[in-house]
Write a protein that binds this ligand. Sequence first.
Ligand SMILES: Cc1ncc(COP(=O)(O)O)c(C=O)c1O
Length: 404
Amino acid sequence: MVDDILRTPGAVRDAERWTAHNYHPLPVVISSAEGAWLTDVDGRRYLDCLAGYSALNFGHRHPQLIAAAHAQLDRLTLTSRAFIHDQFADFCRELAELCGKDLVLPMNTGAEAVETGIKVARKWGYQVKGVAPGQANIVVAEGNFHGRTTTIVSFSTDEDARADFGPYTPGFTVVPYGDLDALTAAIDENTVAVLLEPIQGEQGVVVPPEGYLPGVRQVCTERDVLFIADEIQSGLGRTGATFACDHEGVVPDMYLLGKALGGGIVPVSAVAANADVLGVLKPGQHGSTFGGNPLACAVAVEVVRLLATGEFQRRSAELGERLRAGLEGLVGKGLVGVRVRGLWAGLDIDPALMSGREACERLAARGVLAKDTHGSTIRLAPPLVITEEEIDLAVTALAEVLAG
Ligand SMILES: Cc1ncc(COP(=O)(O)O)c(C=O)c1O
């Protein structure tokens, strides 16, 4: 096909013309997808190794999720929380059971789940812990990524995310990630919560040292502080377990969930915690018009059922070993570092060779889509339905890109 009859260049131009440039997408224009594969407007196929930043853990258009969405579209899509609908209780109960918690509070985006967690922790601090009015503090980690609201970017250490969005919300103390002594030292009588990603995804799939998460759990228990685990990207099967915290046998006081909970169909997020924590919220104190809507609940309850089988966690753990073996074989051949947990990998490319962006562009030319983060790091997060052969295909494409 000659260039001037390809649809991609015009579609890229139009997208750039009509939108704010708050993203820098690869110049591919997708028109359909199934499983782990995407097809663009010119009929080219790509293996999806990003999976919507883990929002597509079950692949594109998983039949069980699509069927649930279709059936719900034909019956009821929105009530608001002014009324109760018939999908609501099942979703909340099954998700609470998956999390081993008493209660669930559904929202829409990940950032809203984080905001919810912050509000609940503060209220719990004042009403249960007895923190003096206006003094509540939350300990967070350097390199965090919890979303884009004004409060959340207030405690970001990424200048792109934070600069020029002040004035910033007070009440957060930032400590180095993975340093238990620093975290312990930052806790005082006003500390209501520690908010952490058990693995820092946006930072490049950074796994904390073994023993860190159990240490955080212990110090939170000892000092009467809530441990809030942001599992929005790491949770729901991505790492080879239901939650990344499971790898170290850690149970936080609050799970923040999102992304994959919506099955790649609708935005669904949630906070799961016990009644002594989530019970601090009373009518009128928090909510969202769309949170827990019928379509969201109908899809998300099927997501929970897929996870309840354990199949996706198993696949992620087993196939993750194949991915690890393939990627570790490239260390010294263009990669200078690799971190893998389940089907989630952070790859550090030798910066002398090329940037992460350049590597992703070259991967795209070979039919593999991935996303760079922080200069020379690439994150791989393929749908958990990916096969062994497809993993090999991605690793081979990467090897070719690195070999120039
Ligand atoms: C760990 C984590 N928390 C929160 C968010 C924010 O989620 P959303 O983009 O749905 O607001 C993200 C998104 O990447 C994330 O990775």
